[in-house]
Design a protein around this ligand. Structure first.
Ligand SMILES: C[S@@+](CC[C@H](N)C(=O)[O-])C[C@H]1O[C@@H](n2cnc3c(N)ncnc32)[C@H](O)[C@@H]1O
Length: 204
């Protein structure tokens, strides 16, 4: 399943996830020179975001991708040499009380969709704050609910009637995609999540 995860992303979002990630990398704006720049990609899956950041960055860039799912990390690790040789991959749970990172050398923390599946998001946000050194940034790419009348029904239809069967056809696993769409529905609204981020001491 992990080997077809990125293909599934393209099919589910009709390629839109590439645009979202590109916007994230533009916002991240890593230095193009040899200045040190460290990134932790939490719930980084196969490392797609970290690889994009590496392409946009200069020689001072290094990344750590962490994810709960070692199969995802294995897919990323096998791809890494072709794109970036300095990524390190670790298996870790975003909800561990203390992330296994030192506090000093780490800078921004993008993640995507890991927060939707985390219980105890407050603790994960506080931990993200702890491992970031002053001047670093926290970026989060996450789904939320759609509240545009009409579009919300279309979104629900696509989420529940199309994505799980598509997941079965492409990866042989409908359950994980059913879980994904359900977890997105249970996740906070964007404004509430922004408030949780602020409450964890982050300032915009
Ligand atoms: C939708 S994928 C996103 C992967 C990647 N960030 C991307 O954009 O392609 C969500 C990832 O979060 C990971 N994940 C879910 N819960 C997690 C947790 N509690 N701790 C760490 N990783 C988690 C999953 O294994 C999965 O790889």
């Amino acid at each position: 399943m992990a080997s077809r995860y990125d293909l599934m992303n393209d099919l589910m979002s009709r390629g839109l996830h590439r645009v979202w990630k590109d916007i994230m990398i533009t916002t991240l704006n890593p230095p193009k020179n040899e200045a040190p720049f460290a990134l932790i990609d939490v719930a980084g899956g196969t490392g797609d975001i970290a690889f994009r950041a590496a392409k946009a960055a200069g020689s001072g860039f290094r990344a750590t991708v962490c994810d709960i799912n070692t199969d995802m990390l294995d897919v990323g690790r096998n791809r890494a040499p072709r794109v970036i040789s300095t990524s390190r991959f670790r298996s870790s749970r975003a909800m561990r009380k203390r992330w296994r990172f030192p506090t000093a050398p780490l800078t921004p923390t993008p993640s995507r969709s890991g927060s939707a599946t985390c219980r105890g998001i407050d603790a994960a946000l506080r931990e993200a704050y702890r491992v970031l050194r002053p001047g670093s940034r926290f970026l989060c790419l996450e789904f939320s609910t759609v509240d545009v009348p009409g579009l919300d029904r279309l979104y629900d239809f696509f989420s529940f009637k199309v994505i799980p069967p598509l997941g079965r056809a492409v990866t042989g696993d409908a359950d994980s995609y059913q879980y994904l769409v359900e977890s997105i529905r249970k996740f906070s609204q964007a404004n509430a999540f922004a408030e949780m981020i602020r409450a964890a001491a982050f300032r915009g």
